[in-house]
Design a protein around this ligand. Sequence first.
Ligand SMILES: [Zn+2]
Length: 208
Amino acid sequence: MITQTKETQAALNPNAAWELLKEGNKRFVDQNQTDRNLLTQVVETTTGQYPFATILGCIDSRVSAELIFDQGVGDIFSARVAGNIVNEDILGSMEFACKLAGTKIIVVLGHTSCGAVKGACDDAKMGNLTELLSKIRPAVKAVSEPADAAERTSKNIDFVNAVAEKNVRMTIDNIRNQSPVLKEMEDNGEILIVGGMYDISNGKVSYM
Ligand SMILES: [Zn+2]
């Protein structure tokens, strides 16, 4: 495993970038992580960075993109916000990452037992969290089953995880609808925009 350079980044197409992440998660699950010298990578990336992927994930302490995809210094842009939603600032970060810095893929990564999703399911209100959770509420409403209100709370983990998956899909739609820059790149085949769900019980990412 080498540190990404301008040449290695340029040589990757979006599908190959996706494969690199899938292989990385398999190494993580198999406990076969790449033996890296991180400080060597620090030195090697001093004059520039050529990451191949942009990952939008949750702030959850168990879902570190670099760890679960077995990536090193300079490999990925990692945007993290509770509930892996987008707003203008996250979209701007992604546009920088793809259009200006050359990453080939955007992964929206949800996860099981997400606290932010649970909060949205329960329609929790607290400070600035209220506004954040309002961005997940459309996913709660979009999951129709179960219909019984008593079953549509954070206590029903199957419901919570269904909302988390729907939230990933709706976030991808929001990226396409709210960022003409990224939509055009996707339409031109310059990037992929994909979704994944990380299972906090076994370390596996399932792909949508
Ligand atoms: Zn979460």
